[in-house]
Design a protein around this ligand. Structure first.
Ligand code: SAM
Ligand code: SF4
Length: 370
């Protein structure tokens, strides 16, 4: 039996500090993860293909206004070579991520996707920001499987302040997200935890929106201040009810996302590993996550993909990341996933079945006792 978590229960869990009660949350999230997506941890090779960006997000070091970073854009051959290396490590997916870079044209990305499909034979996830529906349709047609676009926060006022609109005829991010499923993509979104001005109510809304959007992939990571951005001051905000950008709150959000969206793929993110290099990834995997995204970006570029400072694994090679991550997963007693590892949620959506929503016994904060 899965459980329902109503809004008061979500808010109580987000505020919970009692370690023994939190153990119940971790246990339940881990149980539901095992039941719905199994023990396999799927690896996605992350290739950061360009750090050019024309947006001015208040949180991100790649924002156009940051003149202090060296900009790069990988060539098609370099990207395809990384995808082949990803395949040689046995991973079934590459994630191509970039700033919102018009230098990566519709035709460039089409060519990249087609070549990766033909030469590396892996699933392709794109994470290229807000692009036009026409571009998204062309890339899907070329063979792209998945698209990741975090809504960052469900608080629309906060989002438009911290993510100034681009203008023109483009669809708003939320409308774009709703277009991805009908185009045939497996759809990923997510949020940052601890954005200045984000409240517990916002975070509860975020969790409810994950379920409403029926997401196939949910990425949740702590906000980490970058000094070259408007949100870069490490000062406490005077906003009452500010959500802290902590590891603990990130684990709670991952666990609650797993309970609300049991069939989704949920990564244990690099931002989490940045806060706790020793065991952040592992704890994420033990509290609801089932995906890890080892960095495949060539070392000469990855140092410049600085969305926040001191990013985990920024000085490693792909080979080192592969060995480190597979070793950590095996130590947890979990298996490395084989094949593309599509989200079970997508298969359920394809069958036209609704998400399960069952009543549970009244136990602490809406969880049933074992
Ligand atoms: N440009 C694309 C976009 O915005 O969707 C993809 C690249 S962007 C760097 C990927 C994600 O990085 C964003 O969705 C955001 O959640 C995360 N990010 C950006 N700045 C961050 C920060 N300071 N701390 C934590 N995560 C951050
Ligand atoms: Fe650009 Fe994405 Fe960073 Fe915003 S979050 S500045 S769109 S790379």
């Amino acid at each position: 039996m899965t459980l329902t978590l109503d809004r008061p229960a979500i808010l109580r869990w987000l505020a919970e500090t009692d370690p023994s009660r939190l153990e119940e949350l971790w246990r339940e999230a881990d149980r539901v993860r095992k039941e719905h997506v199994g023990d396999e941890v799927h690896l996605r090779g992350l290739i950061e293909i360009s750090n050019h960006c024309l947006r001015q997000c208040h949180y991100c070091g790649l924002r156009a206004g940051n003149r202090d970073i060296t900009r790069y854009r990988m060539t098609v051959d370099e990207i395809v070579a990384c995808a082949k290396q990803t395949r040689s490590f046995g991973y079934g997916t590459v994630v191509l991520q970039a700033g919102e870079d018009d230098g990566l044209t519709r035709d460039d990305v089409t060519q990249i996707v087609k070549r990766i499909k033909a030469e590396a034979g892996v699933a392709v996830t794109l994470s290229l920001g807000e692009r036009t529906v026409d571009e998204l349709a062309a890339w899907r047609e070329a063979g792209a499987d998945r698209y990741l676009l975090r809504f960052e926060t469900s608080n629309t006022e906060l989002f438009s302040q911290m993510h100034p609109p681009r203008g023109g005829q483009r669809l708003a991010r939320m409308d774009l997200l709703r277009q991805l499923g009908p185009l045939g993509y497996e759809v990923g979104s997510g949020v940052m935890i601890g954005i200045p001005g984000q409240s517990y109510d916002d975070l509860a809304n975020d969790l409810e929106l994950f379920r409403e959007l029926d997401l196939d992939m949910i990425g949740v990571g702590p906000f980490i201040a970058h000094p070259a951005t408007p949100f870069g001051k490490n000062e406490p905000t005077d906003f009452p009810g500010q959500v802290p950008a902590t590891e603990l709150l990130t684990y709670k959000t991952i666990a609650l996302a797993r309970l609300l969206c049991p069939d989704a793929n949920i990564p244990s993110t690099t931002a989490l590993a940045t806060l706790n290099i020793a065991e952040g990834r592992e704890l994420g995997l033990q509290r609801g996550a089932n995906i890890v995204m080892p960095n495949m970006t060539p070392p000469e570029y990855r140092v410049y993909y600085e969305i926040y400072p001191a990013k985990a694994c920024i000085r490693e090679t792909a080979d080192l990341c592969n060995r480190c991550i597979t070793g950590r997963i095996e130590k947890l007693g979990r298996a490395i996933g084989q094949g593309p590892g599509a989200s079970p949620n997508l298969r359920r959506r394809a069958r036209g079945e609704k998400q399960k929503l069952e009543r549970v016994a009244p136990a602490p904060h809406g969880l049933r006792r074992p």
